[in-house]
Design a protein around this ligand. Structure first.
Ligand SMILES: [Zn+2]
Length: 84
């Protein structure tokens, strides 16, 4: 028996429509500090290991970060620092 290699010759398949930059204008590319949530510039943050062992972004300005942090974030930050 030969292989049945019949191709379906009908309409050409429609290509999926490509959506380019769907969130243009709404989304801010800059990341935020994991603990205080402020927007970070290019040189205003560093990596830090959080309490779950994953790398998160932390702003460099510790005093402002401390003032912005909520109690839950403060607890998380203290735990992360202790584990480091
Ligand atoms: Zn911060």
């Amino acid at each position: 028996m030969s292989r049945k290699n019949r191709r379906i010759r009908g309409k050409p398949k429609k290509l999926p429509s490509i959506k380019v930059n769907t969130n243009q204008g709404r989304h801010d590319d800059r990341s935020r500090c994991a603990f205080c949530g402020r927007l970070l510039g290019a040189y205003e943050w560093h990596w830090i290991w959080d309490e779950f062992g994953q790398r998160v972004r932390k702003c460099n300005d510790e005093r402002d970060c401390y003032q912005q942090r909520r109690s839950a974030a403060e607890a998380a930050y203290r735990k992360a620092i202790r584990l480091r």
